[in-house]
Design a protein around this ligand. Structure first.
Ligand code: GLC
Length: 427
């Protein structure tokens, strides 16, 4: 595992200017990317959000050694999902064709497909039957495959095992227990109670959606109708807002993304943390004050098990891709069994291949795999919408206001329902 990542901002590993080589015509065709422009083979770029565990570039070197005429160059964008999305869409709208393969958040497939930025793919070209079932759905839009699942994700609750053991307590199985322990135990150790990703960005949309789902609520129905306004949504948003009001969610957490929250936990400043599985490796590694002192359990809900949002990313071929055949082959390589194994062992990211979750050697190395598999299988997707960006921005803004105590949970849920309905009407 390589923890080469400098803390903080993403860095552009390689900004590639492509020497004018978008071939004209050719339209549909090609076994891998039906709609992509141009054809054939040659160098490609792969644009991705910040690779927090620094594993991807060495992995792509494996491909480059075997494909000297079809080299891939990694373009690493910022850590924050929203900033990455903004850079990708600016590029795609400009038609500059700088990004051939896009590693997109699972939440964006519908929007990128509806906008015509990514090309439909041939299902038979990729080993979809070997993947965990829920991930395949995140790669489809209106019944067609527009991307190939690459990494999956489900939220977990990290807890300080050393402290809970000393207090004779078990990790919380419900919000009530989490709240009690965070409120009463954390202050005795001079640390914060609970944090997640609460800065207004996609991470807050995830945390808020998980809170609503865990309380039994929904955001949008399958037909795009707004279904948010419910007692469950008020319970979910109320849980997060109350944490800040009563002090068991530290105020700094309102500025946390994944990395800031991981750092706070591994510096020993938090009793509980909601984060993705990648944080396990960092918190176990050198430089962590909590290595060997923490555990991870599935997310709790109000009275028992909670519901995680399904995270992760899919690989898509841009409609402006210069070499869609190579792009398709590279995607097949990145989703092959040996590379997917490395996604876990080198990248600490949850692979999409189901068999890896039952591999005894991997389970010994990553003891959370069986629990993670269950969480992924039970995770719920974010609302599917061709206007997903607007949906997410509305959720972030309103929930952040509620957590900052600018608006009570009831008013926040009413306001958010109204905003989501207005977005749906525009769609
Ligand atoms: C993780 C998830 C992704 C999610 C993002 C939010 O990267 O895999 O799906 O949108 O976090 O910050």
């Amino acid at each position: 595992m390589r923890w080469i990542r400098a803390a903080g901002r993403g860095l552009l590993v390689a900004a590639v200017v492509i020497a004018g080589c978008v071939s004209s015509g050719a339209g549909a065709g090609g076994p891998s990317a039906e709609g992509a422009r141009g054809g054939g083979r040659g160098p490609v770029t792969l644009a991705t959000a910040g690779v927090l565990t620094g594993y991807l570039e060495p992995l792509l070197e494996g491909w480059n050694r075997g494909h000297p005429g079809e080299r891939v160059t990694l373009v690493e964008l910022p850590d924050s999902a929203d900033e990455t999305r903004a850079q990708m869409t600016t590029e795609l709208r400009s038609g500059a064709g700088r990004f051939d393969i896009l590693n997109i958040d699972v939440a964006w497939t519908s929007e990128f497909a509806a906008a015509g930025w990514i090309a439909p793919l041939e299902r038979g070209r990729f080993p979809l039957d070997s993947f965990l079932p829920p991930v395949v759905d995140t790669a489809t839009y209106e019944g067609r495959l527009y991307a190939v699942p690459y990494v999956t994700d489900a939220g977990m609750l990290y807890y300080r095992k050393d402290i809970l053991d000393r207090e004779g307590e078990r990790p919380p199985g419900s919000w009530a227990e989490l709240e009690r322990q965070a409120r009463t135990i954390a202050p005795r150790y001079g640390i914060g109670g609970y944090a997640g990703q609460f800065l207004p960005y996609e991470g807050l949309t995830v945390n808020a959606t998980e809170a609503v789902y865990s309380a039994g609520g929904t955001v949008l129905g399958g037909d795009g109708r707004v279904t948010l306004d419910s007692p469950a949504a008020r319970t979910g948003i109320g849980f997060l807002a109350r944490g800040v009001r009563d002090g068991w969610i530290p105020e700094e957490a309102l500025g946390y993304k994944e990395e800031e929250s991981r750092q706070a936990f591994q510096d020993g400043r938090l009793l509980f943390l909601r984060n993705w599985p990648y944080a396990y490796a960092g918190a176990s590694g050198p430089g962590s004050r909590v290595a060997g002192k923490f555990g991870a359990v599935p997310l709790p809900g109000p009275h028992g098990a909670g519901t995680s949002v399904l995270g992760g990313s899919n690989l898509a071929v841009s409609t402006g891709a210069r070499h869609p055949e190579t792009a398709g082959d590279l995607i097949a390589y990145l989703t092959s069994a040996p590379v997917q194994r490395k996604v876990l062992t080198e990248g600490a990211l949850p692979p999409v291949r189901a068999a890896l979750y039952q591999d005894p050697a991997l389970i010994r190395e990553f003891p959370y795999l069986p629990a993670l598999r269950k969480s992924v299988l039970a995770a719920a997707p974010r609302p599917k919408s061709a206007r997903y960006e607007q949906v997410s921005l509305a959720v972030q803004a309103v929930v952040h206001d509620a957590m900052a105590q600018h608006q009570g949970p009831d008013a926040a849920v009413r306001r958010l329902s109204g905003e989501l309905a207005a977005i749906a009407r525009r769609g």
